[in-house]
Ligand binder design. Structure first.
Ligand SMILES: NC(=O)c1ccc[n+]([C@@H]2O[C@H](COP(=O)([O-])OP(=O)(O)OC[C@H]3O[C@@H](n4cnc5c(N)ncnc54)[C@H](O)[C@@H]3O)[C@@H](O)[C@H]2O)c1
Length: 351
């Protein structure tokens, strides 16, 4: 597909290509929509097979960020950037400073942050060239406890919609992935008296959750068939697919992992089978809230409070999905689109 055709089809405002061959830097910044505010989204460092593949990825991801900010009630637009290359390189300063210059050229229309293949240290290099970068060491800190809290209140919303009661006491939750988010999520769940069955490919992480929260451990592949009411994926994408759906006994899927549905049709399949799916980009949005808070000088309490609103947002999504008889992911998209459209037509009045 031609570039302008792609931009028009996916309603992108701007695509920026920046090249600094002497440093081996090739970057693309995509700005999807700035109706709500400056476009915010991380920098992905990846060895794409072609420029076309990089453009496809960056535009898809930027669009996703517009929806995530909109549904979370943040005044941010959607953007993303990619750096094309081997993300294991040790020669990072000049690459990320070049990226910082590309970001700076947009004068604040785009704010970047860490993403796949980049680290907080890389963002320090970006900061040498521009202030339009978030997730800096020593500022808002590790977003994972806030993300875990947003996920926890999201699970409660799913329970409330499904069973008419948001309490998780005595509910059985299968948690996949016990990393930064998964561990804290288990803490919140166990504090409320949920029963935990957990897995991770790292045995030490499993042992810690077994010791700290009395969880039962299973092998990684066994998690999909656990006879639990709730599945909380906090590791990989595409875990809701043709194979796993065959063995699921879960009534709710609600976890922090990105891109949980292998394809859109798997969301439709959950809807048909009465499995309540909490759209991933909504339930894990507290990571973005944390970054937003950093830009606005919020303390941790204020970010946690905003993360708590994910509960209400999901209840709204579930209600709309039920009302319109559509998958929850589609209901979420519609609510996000509504907010952008309404803000676009805001009329300001002056006293
Ligand atoms: N950290 C955040 O604030 C944040 C925000 C939004 C979304 N997310 C998403 O949430 C998920 C978890 O993030 P994180 O920061 O905890 O990452 P992490 O890397 O700290 O943890 C992921 C865990 O999953 C485990 N894992 C990998 N493959 C597995 C498998 N096959 N079976 C079981 N466990 C496996 C890893 O060993 C690791 O412990 C990711 O998908 C991430 O994109 C995180």
């Amino acid at each position: 597909m031609e570039i302008f055709e792609r931009m028009e089809k996916h309603e992108h405002e701007q695509l920026v290509f920046w090249s600094e061959p002497k440093f081996g830097y090739r970057g693309i910044i995509a700005i999807h929509d700035t109706t709500l505010g400056p476009a915010l989204g991380g920098t992905r460092f990846w060895n794409y097979d072609s420029d076309a593949e990089a453009i496809l990825d960056v535009t898809r991801l930027a669009r996703g960020m517009s929806y995530k900010a909109a549904i979370t009630g943040l005044n941010l637009g959607g953007g993303k950037s990619v750096i094309i290359g081997d993300n294991r390189t040790r020669y990072r300063e000049m690459i990320f400073r070049a990226h910082g210059r590309a970001v700076e050229s947009l004068g604040g229309r785009y704010i970047t942050a860490e993403d796949v293949g980049t680290s907080p240290t890389d963002m320090e290099y970006v900061l040498m060239e521009t202030e339009h970068v978030a997730g800096i060491l020593g500022r808002s800190g590790d977003p994972s406890p806030v993300t875990a809290y947003g996920t926890y209140v999201g699970i409660k919303a799913a329970a409330e919609h499904r069973w008419g009661d948001g309490s998780l006491e005595g509910r059985h939750v299968a948690v996949q992935g016990l990393g930064h988010v998964g561990y804290h999520l288990c803490r919140f769940l166990s504090e409320e008296g949920a029963r935990l069955t957990v897995t991770d490919i790292a045995p030490d992480k499993v042992q810690m959750v077994v010791d700290d929260f009395g969880a039962t451990a299973v092998e990684p592949d066994a998690i999909y068939a656990v006879d639990a009411e709730i599945f909380a994926p906090c590791a990989l994408g595409a875990v809701v697919n043709d194979d796993t759906l065959k063995v699921f006994k879960f009534q709710i899927i609600a976890g922090a992992a990105n891109n949980q549905l292998a394809r859109t049709r798997h969301g439709e399949e959950c809807h048909k089978r009465g499995i309540l799916y909490a759209p991933d980009y909504v339930i894990n949005a507290a990571g973005l809230i944390n970054v937003y808070g950093e830009r606005h000088g919020w303390d941790r309490d204020r970010s946690m409070k905003k993360a708590g609103e994910i509960n209400w947002t999901l209840l709204q999504i579930f209600a709309r999905a039920a009302e319109e008889d559509v998958p929850t992911a589609l209901a979420a998209d519609r609510i996000a689109e509504d907010r952008i459209a309404k803000v676009r037509h805001l009329q300001r009045s002056w006293v």
